[in-house]
Design a protein around this ligand. Structure first.
Ligand code: TMP
Length: 220
């Protein structure tokens, strides 16, 4: 089923490794757009609403899911989100800001399952018809900065080898997507102060919407 019919809103996604600052940046962007009177919906994945999102949140941290089970649950949760939250908001002309989307499944689940991220993105696009974002901001930081931001003290870094190694591969997958994916992915230097990162993202969103509106008007 194509959920994109009648889409008049905009879909922006913020992605990045753990500690990239994406959640803070999303909140700041949403608040700034609301202040401007824009009808904004803020969503995050995994959701806390669908039974699949709840299962991920409950069982994944305990290590109870195989990588394949996890991949399936992320996709099912997203299918629910696309149908029940994203597409209705886009059809109503709202601006949807997402904290993670199917690019996260590509980047994270390629490292756990070994399936190429290209194939994972394809499943999201072709099997569940997840709406294509207008823009995807990849907030890029080194793994060292990411781990430090999520509270890893310098001396803990040695004990975080497993996470360190995984995040290196997640970051690499995101960087490859920026180079090779067909979507509109933008690399953002997120090692800067988060106020600066937020303003950069906000300006790009405003510019994009402004240009699109202009193009729409040009058609009449
Ligand atoms: P968060 O950092 O946005 O709270 O996301 C929670 C974790 O879920 C994070 O470590 C990344 C992971 N994740 C995936 O592995 N695959 C996905 O598709 C999504 C949406 C998140």
């Amino acid at each position: 089923m194509n959920f994109d019919l009648g889409r008049t809103g905009y879909l922006f996604v913020v992605e990045g490794i753990d500690g990239s600052g994406k959640t803070t940046v999303c909140l700041m962007v949403v608040e700034a757009l609301r202040k401007e009177g824009v009808h904004v919906i803020h969503l995050r994945e995994p959701t806390s609403e669908s039974k699949w999102g709840q299962e991920i949140r409950l069982r994944s941290p305990k290590g109870e899911l195989t990588p394949d089970e996890e991949l399936t649950l992320f996709i099912k949760d997203r299918e629910w989100n696309a149908k029940n939250r994203i597409s209705p908001a886009l059809a109503e002309g709202k601006v949807v800001i997402m904290d993670r989307y199917f690019f996260a499944t590509g980047a994270y689940q390629t490292t756990s399952t070994g399936i190429p991220w290209e194939d994972i993105l394809k499943r999201n696009r072709e099997e569940i018809h997840a709406p294509e974002p207008d823009m995807v901001f990849i907030l890029d930081v080194s793994v060292e900065i990411g781990l430090r931001r999520i509270g890893g003290r310098e001396e803990d870094l040695n004990q975080q080898f497993e996470q360190y190694d995984r995040l290196l591969r997640v970051r690499q997958a995101y960087l490859e997507m920026v180079e090779r994916d067909t979507g509109n992915l933008v690399l953002v230097d997120a090692s800067r102060d988060l106020e600066v990162v937020y303003f950069d993202v906000l300006q790009q969103i405003i510019r994009y919407i402004g240009n699109e509106k202009h193009l729409e008007r040009g058609k009449n």
